[in-house]
Design a protein around this ligand. Structure first.
Ligand code: SF4
Ligand code: SF4
Length: 466
């Protein structure tokens, strides 16, 4: 944690918020961050409005227990598959951190991307550069300042609402959201409330709370110290070259390359001084690198006094035990996911004995005594297309003169739909052995012959001593 007399840089001595306004910066990293942020913004905002295989590209429809991930449709009973996906994401992040440090925070986290590429830019367009914005922050509120701030907050509300809509589309489905938007809020109070709630949260976090979230609340930021090691990359200040900085008196009057211009502190969105060493508040945004490089060029010194480098100055390597272990675990999860998906059936069927009498005595069309068992099959089409299912008995069962009695066979089920399918089995009492007999019921998808027939074991029961 960055310390300034033992406190956070975004909190003053009275415990009040210090609203940090970082100076603008130009340079190699800023240029590349601009492009990557545009790309990520497009992905974050557009992804829920796109489709693969007729399904929303990413959909986490929790009320309907339906999840779509890049063309693969998963349902509630596929939840264990999410274990592989989430495991790969978590380990991927741990792997990236162990090699490249907090690259996620500075370059890809939606928190940083939205604040930096959207909210801070709006602030700049409306209120001016960082000097003008700091004046506006520190001076008394005049009518002109009030108008400027009102315009800025109006735009903040507008973009927060747009972001909230895109965010909610991940959970309720873009087409559902569009349909709801075409109706008055009174018809969908719960979703309307959700949009308002997320607009408020987005506004609070991105417009006001900002990088304080990274410093105070983000759990990933808190566990950096265990994910990094001496050969991980980070934004580091070369103190051997920079110190003693200009203006700090030394006996031999020799100074290092740091001209003590404080520019690296001015551009830092968390308000820290990277010259104090690696700190948990550093989100690796690389602004201080660009800022210092600019200064070094001006004073005719080599760039790189602050650089993106390994912590111990060694060569970047992927060949270290923790990185290899992460990679092996990721590969293991990947193959586990691939296997689980390839063996996953599009039919989910549960066979149960119908409630009531376990068996009953009936007569068939020839007035011969028979036993009747009643079953119900809960069947769900967990594929992405409508299907037509049929049930049948094995030739062995038919040879024992067991009859399948069902009102409708086959049945059609839309993608994701489920139905309870009642059927009866009628048979001679004398085929039972000690009151029971195990047979197989086949379930087959007529629309997709590639899908293997699923067999369920059924126990026929009747009187124990025929
Ligand atoms: S110290 Fe540098 S890299 Fe770290 S947050 Fe501040 S400006 Fe960004
Ligand atoms: S920007 Fe560079 S020269 Fe200026 S204070 Fe920071 S480290 Fe020193």
């Amino acid at each position: 944690m960055s310390l300034d007399g033992g406190k956070l840089t975004s909190i003053d001595h009275n415990g009040d918020r210090v609203y940090i306004i970082p100076a603008e910066v130009r340079g190699f990293f800023r240029r590349h961050r601009d492009w990557s942020q545009i790309l990520l913004l497009v992905i974050f905002l557009v992804l829920p409005w796109t489709k693969i295989n007729e399904h929303q590209t990413v959909l986490l429809d929790i009320p309907n227990r339906e999840f779509a991930l890049f063309g693969i449709l998963l349902r509630a009973h596929d939840a264990p598959l999410l274990f592989f996906v989430l495991g790969m994401l978590a380990l991927g992040l741990a792997f990236a951190t162990s090699i490249w440090g907090r690259i996620w925070c500075g370059w890809a986290c939606p928190q940083t991307v939205f604040i930096d590429a959207v909210y801070r830019r709006i602030e700049m367009w409306v209120e001016g550069n960082y000097i003008q914005r700091r004046k506006l922050r520190d001076n008394p509120l005049t009518p002109k300042a009030f108008l400027t701030k009102s315009i800025k907050w109006f735009l903040f509300v507008l973009v927060s609402s747009l972001i909230a809509h895109s965010f909610i589309a991940y959970f309720v489905g873009a087409s559902n959201l569009l349909a709801m938007m075409g109706h008055p809020p009174s018809e969908n109070w719960s979703y309307f409330g959700l949009v308002v709630f997320f607009t408020a949260i987005t506004l609070f976090d991105f417009a006001w709370f900002r990088e304080q979230f990274c410093v105070i609340m983000c759990p990933y930021g808190r566990i950096q110290s265990v994910l990094l090691d001496h050969s991980s990359m980070a934004v580091v200040y070369d103190s051997a070259r920079g110190e003693p900085r200009k203006g700090i008196s030394t006996n031999d009057k020799k100074t290092g390359d740091c001209v003590n211009c404080n520019r690296c502190v001015q551009v830092c969105p968390t308000g820290i001084d990277i010259r104090n060493g690696l700190q948990m508040d550093c989100i690796a945004c690389t602004s201080c690198i660009d800022a210092c490089d600019e200064i070094m060029s001006k004073v005719n010194k080599p760039q790189g006094l602050i650089a993106y480098n390994t912590l111990d100055g060694s060569k970047l390597t992927l060949k270290k035990p923790r990185a290899i272990l992460y990679m092996l675990a990721i590969f293991g999860l990947f193959f586990g996911l691939a296997y689980a998906l390839s063996t996953r059936s599009s039919i989910h069927a549960t066979l149960l004995r119908a409630p009531g009498l376990p068996y009953s005595f009936v007569k068939d069309e020839q007035n011969i005594n028979k036993i009747l068992n009643h079953f119900k099959l809960h069947i769900q089409n967990q594929g992405g297309q409508p299907s037509e299912y049929t049930i049948f008995l094995s030739p062995e069962s038919l040879s024992k003169n067991i009859q399948l009695i069902v009102a409708q066979n086959p049945i059609r089920l839309e993608a994701g739909a489920a139905q309870e399918w009642h059927f009866f089995l009628r048979f001679d009492e004398n085929i039972l052995s000690a009151g029971s007999l195990k047979i197989q019921l086949g379930i087959y998808d007529l629309k997709d012959p590639k899908i293997e027939t699923e067999f369920k074991e059924i126990t026929l029961i009747g009187p124990k001593n025929p």
